[in-house]
Design a protein around this ligand. Structure first.
Ligand code: KIV
Length: 289
């Protein structure tokens, strides 16, 4: 979809997502962390853009999502807002910014809506998050839940591993998902859950479920921008599919630039600004040359 085509689409709302689920039409979500990324996602015609706290690792260089701050996430979310016209904009509430109390959760969620222009916020886990979700929804802010592998709890989960691999564990994921749905989440992310477990949980889900590493039974899919575009080399999760090799193209482009600067090929005459007619001669005369 081109930028012009995207501009003619109606803005995606919570109702749009509910309609897509009811019609059995897949919902497409992608993360973005800056203005050019948002413009690209918008032009590509996705339904939802998530400013994920994966930003901590993809663009800020932290080694997990845990250290990213509210201020950092607000700045990224505001940049994405300025680049979006059609997709729904969801922002992750970072670790430590919502768990302590309902008041803390509402105050943080309000900042993302008021200061950064988010349409909705996302919070991880079931458990005590269920009450936080209820409070934020009651304050008028739409909430997306997130169950399965929840990277903010990576310590408690003993690492980045799929969740719900036994029948009991799958029931635990189901219980969290149903509680978040009952608390008012308009949609949920299912991350790194075996496809059979997802299939068993889906019949109870009346709100849209967006999967990442959760099989093909969900109502939509989400991938991290840098993963799907191949921006970073190295290890990636089993569920990642690369649709481009932007990382290699980026290094090749910068190398070609460096080579041309070192060889004196760049800049060529066409990259330089001319002075007004006769002004170079006058300048030389003034300099006594
Ligand atoms: O932070 C993130 O990018 C996410 C997605 C993986 C769903 O939470």
């Amino acid at each position: 979809m081109t930028g012009a085509a995207a501009a003619s689409r109606p803005r995606v709302t919570l109702d749009t997502l509910a309609r897509l689920k009811a019609a059995g039409e897949p919902i497409v979500m992608v993360t973005a962390y800056d203005h050019p990324g948002a413009r690209a996602a918008d032009a590509a015609g996705v339904d939802v853009v998530l400013v994920g706290d994966s930003a901590a690792m993809t663009v800020l260089g932290y080694d997990s999502t845990v250290p990213v701050s509210v201020e950092e996430m607000l700045m990224l979310t505001a940049a994405v807002r300025r680049g979006l016209t059609v997709p729904l904009l969801v922002a992750d509430l970072p670790f430590g910014s919502y768990e302590a109390s309902d008041e803390q959760a509402v105050r943080t969620a309000q900042r993302f809506v008021k200061e950064a222009g988010a349409d909705a916020v996302k919070m991880e886990r079931g458990g005590s998050t269920v009450d936080r979700v209820r409070a934020v929804v009651a304050a008028g802010i739409p909430v997306m839940g997130h169950v399965g592998l929840t990277p903010q709890s990576i310590g408690a989960l003993s690492g980045y591993r799929s969740q719900g691999r036994t029948a009991e564990a799958a029931l635990g994921v189901r219980e969290a998902a149903l509680a978040l749905q009952e608390a008012g989440c308009f949609a949920l992310v299912f991350e790194a859950i075996p496809a059979e477990a997802t299939a068993a949980i889906m019949p109870g889900m009346s709100v849209p479920v967006i999967g990442i590493g959760a099989g093909a039974q969900t109502d939509g899919q989400v991938l991290v921008f840098h993963d799907l575009l191949g921006i970073e080399e190295g290890q990636h999760a089993r569920f990642v599919k690369r649709y481009a090799d932007v990382g290699a193209a980026t290094v090749a482009g910068i190398s070609a630039y460096a080579d041309e600067v070192r060889a004196g090929v760049y800049p060529a005459p066409e990259h330089a600004y001319p002075m007004a007619e006769g002004e170079a001669d006058r300048l030389h005369a003034m300099l006594g040359r």
